[in-house]
Write a protein of this length. Structure first.
Ligand code: AHM
Ligand code: MG
Length: 315
């Protein structure tokens, strides 16, 4: 059995970079422990509520952010933390060579129904500044808090999957994830159809028509509403995830965030042979102009991403 430290030693000579990934993995282990206990501690609700002991609750989003922050504050390799939960980038070790961008608890609206949520992270070099394209990432990963707690991580090579064992260690369960090129499964919030652009409409219409339509095969649809859960399924068995630009999100540039949601997921997908697009360009090539910038997100199996890109080209 290979553990995380052994795997890291095969992926990079950079001890500091390994340490950053170890810190995020440790944060994930600690967040998993909090989540397991959350219904008993009365912590699945919103901030501002009180728990059964009458104590003020902090939403798990804030607790998870604090856990990540605490781990990274102890790591002198990290100069700055960018987080969905922090308005501004948070300076940490003055001369640390790395920046971490994170969504500490993605999909948290699903917590009260005990559905898989996750921690997403991206690692950048400090010298590149806060606003760097996804291609500049040196590593990315997520932790999925599901029936098992999984860590999916990639430096520059393969996208690799670990599971958290009962002793709190990470055991490699898949050395190199491979997203099947073809798939008949798509993930989109179909209740937003009235806001969709023409390309998304045309693509989904074909999928719904199945073997009788232009795509000439049968499709199935899945939407957990928790990006980490949807992406993990696609990474393991193929499919496509879509949160396209639509008429309701167009003024903001999309729904999901570029630096700590789209870029790390695109990095992991590409490492597993999948691909990503905004519809118009590769996600990893988007120039950020704000740390909380939003972006349209389409990623997964090669053939399906190419199919919807063709609709965008015709539009
Ligand atoms: P969050 O970062 O506020 O948790 O929102 C992101 C989540 C993703 O996990 C998920 O893919 C998407 O929002 C779900 O959106 P919708 O509410 O349209 O289903
Ligand atoms: Mg999020």
């Amino acid at each position: 059995m290979t553990d995380l430290a052994q795997w890291l030693a095969t992926q990079t000579q950079d001890i500091q970079l390994s340490g950053v990934i170890q810190s995020m993995a440790a944060a994930g282990r600690d967040i998993a422990a909090v989540l397991r206990q959350a219904p008993i501690a009365g912590q699945t609700g919103l901030a501002g509520q009180t728990n059964v002991q009458g104590e003020a609750q902090k939403a798990l989003d804030i607790i998870s952010n604090d856990i990540v922050l605490n781990h990274l504050q102890q790591n002198s390799a990290v100069s700055v933390l960018i987080s969905e939960e922090l308005d501004e980038a948070r300076p940490l070790a003055a001369d640390g060579p790395f920046i971490v961008a994170t969504d500490p608890l993605d999909g948290s609206s699903n917590l009260d129904v005990n559905v898989t949520v996750g921690t997403i992270f991206s690692v950048l070099r400090t010298e590149g500044g806060l606003l760097q394209k996804g291609t500049e990432q040196v590593a990315a990963g997520y932790v999925a808090y599901g029936p098992a707690t999984s860590l999916v991580v990639r430096i520059a090579g393969d996208t690799t999957v670990f599971a958290l064992d009962r002793a709190g260690g990470w055991v490699m369960t898949l050395a190199a994830a491979k997203v099947p090129e073809a798939s008949g499964e798509y993930a989109i919030n179909a209740a937003r159809e009235r806001f969709w652009d023409a390309a998304t409409r045309a693509y989904v219409r074909e999928n719904v028509a199945g073997e009788t339509g232009g795509a000439a095969k049968r499709y199935n649809m899945r939407w957990v509403g928790s990006m980490v859960a949807d992406i993990h399924r696609i990474l393991m068995r193929g499919g496509i995830f879509l949160y396209p630009l639509d008429s309701e999100t167009v003024s903001k540039g999309g729904r999901l965030r570029l630096l700590y949601e789209a870029n790390p997921m695109a990095w992991l997908m590409e490492g597993a042979g999948g691909t990503s697009t905004t519809g118009r360009q590769r996600i990893l090539d988007v120039e950020p102009n704000d740390i909380h910038q939003r972006v349209p997100v389409i990623l997964g199996s090669l053939e399906e991403v190419r199919r919807i890109e063709a609709f965008y080209q015709r539009q």
